[in-house]
Design a protein around this ligand. Sequence first.
Ligand SMILES: Cc1cc2nc3c(=O)[nH]c(=O)nc-3n(C[C@H](O)[C@H](O)[C@H](O)COP(=O)(O)OP(=O)(O)OC[C@H]3O[C@@H](n4cnc5c(N)ncnc54)[C@H](O)[C@@H]3O)c2cc1C
Length: 234
Amino acid sequence: MTINIFASQVLEKKMLTPSVVNLKFSLPEDFDFKPGQYLSIARITAEGKKLRTPYSIATIPGNGFGEFCIRVVNIGRSSEYLSKLEKGDEIELFGPLGKFTIPDSSKNKDLVFISAGTGISAFISMIPALLKSGFKKKMILIKGFKNEDDVLYEKEFTELSKKYKNFKFYNVLSQPKNNFENKGYVQDFIGKYTSKDFQGDFYICGLKEMIFGVVSKLKSQGIAEDRIFFEKYD
Ligand SMILES: Cc1cc2nc3c(=O)[nH]c(=O)nc-3n(C[C@H](O)[C@H](O)[C@H](O)COP(=O)(O)OP(=O)(O)OC[C@H]3O[C@@H](n4cnc5c(N)ncnc54)[C@H](O)[C@@H]3O)c2cc1C
């Protein structure tokens, strides 16, 4: 796998929620990556400096294109710049980068994936790729959002759960607008969806506050560190 700087073009842009933008972009023909890896996008700052910001590749390998799923942080610099890109715009990418991928040692274990917000971007690559590759153990995804309007990739994961009986997913909403069964934070629902003697591995992706919350919960339940893998976005 070669790590390169390359030119890419925005192929499509759409809003997934009022604050999350999806960018579809071109990839070189020979581009290869592992699900869970990311690319850095370059932009020129007002001071004329080149700044690179990492974003998970939110597609499975082999599509011939890539996607990003980016939360537009209002006060933010890169995310705001990216949200203003339009179809046809050129971007400079660097990668693939990152070690948040599924090692062979996890591939014959039950797996739990936990995300909050756009942390789901890594899993919309890892989960379908793993299922497509013939993964036969159980897989659970617990994805957290603020409210009903923020939920990402519902259609995609519903289709996967219908097609693959070993995959199930659950939404957790911290501030639901309506009555919602799983109200709270993702770490509060791990016990609901995993048995006490669960022997598999955990994959976590999102902002550090959520990661710390989940990791400390898992450790308090006696889960060894070598069964916990995470990607911190901030
Ligand atoms: C390996 C890696 C992969 C990443 N992949 C993604 C991705 O797929 N999608 C994505 O939206 N972000 C992703 N991020 C975060 C991204 O790189 C930027 O940090 C984020 O877009 C904010 O950058 P900014 O320049 O707009 O704002 P900054 O000025 O750098 O940050 C402003 C504030 O935004 C917060 N913040 C950062 N990321 C998020 C987020 N996702 N949701 C809410 N608040 C956030 C930070 O904690 C900070 O307080 C990833 C980060 C890493 C390290």
